[in-house]
Design a protein around this ligand. Structure first.
Ligand SMILES: [Zn+2]
Length: 420
């Protein structure tokens, strides 16, 4: 993982080795930035030294856009920067905002992380418990529990330890080959056994709808009726289904300079879903929503806010039409943090329908969530520049909403969390 901090360090090394930093001093809290390249032709002239403006100009009409390399600096007038512009990879301006900062290393209330993939072993358990205690993480739910002997082994490790109440597991089913003779019976039986063995939910990965194949080689659609016995088994077993469908809509869109995730898609080209080979984002959403509606007795935890964190009106309609669905907040913090007032209203109105999850287990990243949810801090950094090139703002959620988000909703929706 490349963090903002790492980029800084790399940038400084490059700048120093190129001799570009010179005598410049940086603010104490931040490393020195590489110097901006000078305009060709030397230094700038002062106010008395004659007009200095854009290197080139162009006029545009209403609704027209500036030509590439130019920006609209006055209404209808485009200008080309006099200095060569930096690439978005290198442009990291220091914020000059001086505002109160309230770092939150430890959550205000105990937290259940419903979305983890950390497999606990005798080797990493004590270290993990120490980290969890300092963050106020009470329970970590590993969604990658698998099935059969592997799952039993993981349960054994947890139950045989002195931290048996701090870890839980969800089971998985094998989706490939759905529709083949005996598949339904086998997978339902595996799921029943996994629950007997200690699994407290079922996790469905994003391969459903994207890469999972039926026995005949066709794409396994999210709402394929062959899957209904699985959803119905979950309802009968009184376990929730944690489901991740699709990815951010921008991963399905052209990777051009309009794409908010351009940098991420350029760093991880494999995250793109070329539309000649994959279903569209909207097609996957439609399949998912039909499946949720057709299985009203099954409780679904819709991972990553169903990828609707950027459209809270749509997120609200989703919850309004599907009473058996709740949202999980993993990996979409940057959506709430850039619209904190609307997000705050949403979390208050739907306070019984949101659950905390983080996805990647990285102890240094949890405090960003606590800060967005708990404080009213403004204009602060996110932990991954390529996810979100913008700053975050705090939502200052009320205590009763925080409690529900952090643990109470999880305890209600996932009965297995209550059994100690
Ligand atoms: Zn995950």
């Amino acid at each position: 993982m490349v963090t903002g901090r790492f980029w800084w360090a790399a940038a400084v090394v490059v700048a120093v080795s190129a001799g570009a930093v010179g005598q410049q001093t940086a603010p104490a809290s931040q490393p020195a930035a590489p110097a901006a390249p000078q305009a060709p032709g030397g230094g700038r002239q002062g106010r008395g030294g004659g007009p200095r403006g854009p290197a080139e100009q162009a006029q545009i009409g209403p609704g027209e856009e500036c030509p590439p390399g130019m920006t609209e600096f006055r209404a209808g007038r485009c200008g080309k920067p006099a200095s060569p512009p930096p690439s978005i990879v290198d442009y990291r301006p220091n914020s000059t905002v001086v505002a109160p900062q309230h770092l939150v290393p430890r959550a205000k209330f105990p937290v259940i992380d419903i979305h983890s993939h950390l497999a606990i072993t005798p080797e990493n358990m004590e270290q993990t418990i120490k980290q969890m205690d300092s963050l106020n993480l009470r329970v970590l739910v590993n969604l990658s529990g698998g099935s059969g002997g592997g799952l039993r082994q993981l349960v054994q490790t947890i139950r045989g330890s002195k931290h048996a109440n701090r870890f839980r597991l969800f089971a998985n089913v094998d989706l490939n080959g759905a529709g083949s003779p005996g598949w339904q019976e086998r997978e339902v039986a595996e799921l029943e056994q996994a629950v007997k063995d200690g699994a407290i939910g079922l996790k469905i990965f994003k391969n459903l709808g994207l890469t999972a194949r039926k026995a005949d080689g066709s794409r396994l659609k999210v709402d394929d009726p062959d899957l209904d016995p699985i959803w119905q088994a979950a309802a009968r077993l009184n376990i929730p289904v944690f489901i991740h469908v699709a990815d951010p809509a921008q991963f399905f869109a052209p990777i051009d300079y309009r794409n908010e995730r351009w940098l991420e898609l350029a760093i991880f080209p494999g995250r793109e879903y070329p539309q000649d080979r994959y279903p569209s984002f909207e097609q996957l959403m439609a399949e998912r929503d039909r499946m949720f509606a057709r299985n009203p007795k099954t409780r679904f935890i819709n991972a990553h806010f169903g990828w609707h964190g950027n459209d809270l009106g749509r997120a609200a309609r989703h919850l309004d039409t599907l009473p058996n669905v709740v949202f999980e907040v993993g990996a979409v913090l940057y959506e709430f943090g850039r619209q904190p007032r609307a997000a705050r209203e949403f979390f208050i109105k739907y306070q019984d329908r949101v659950m905390f999850g983080k996805d990647a287990y990285e102890p240094t990243e949890y405090p960003y969530y606590w800060r967005v949810f708990e404080t009213k801090d403004e204009y602060f950094d996110y932990y991954r520049d390529y996810h979100a090139f913008w700053k975050l703002y705090g939502m200052e959620l009320p205590d009763d909403v925080l409690r529900k988000l952090y643990y109470a909703n999880a305890e209600r929706i996932v009965p297995g969390l209550r059994v100690q």
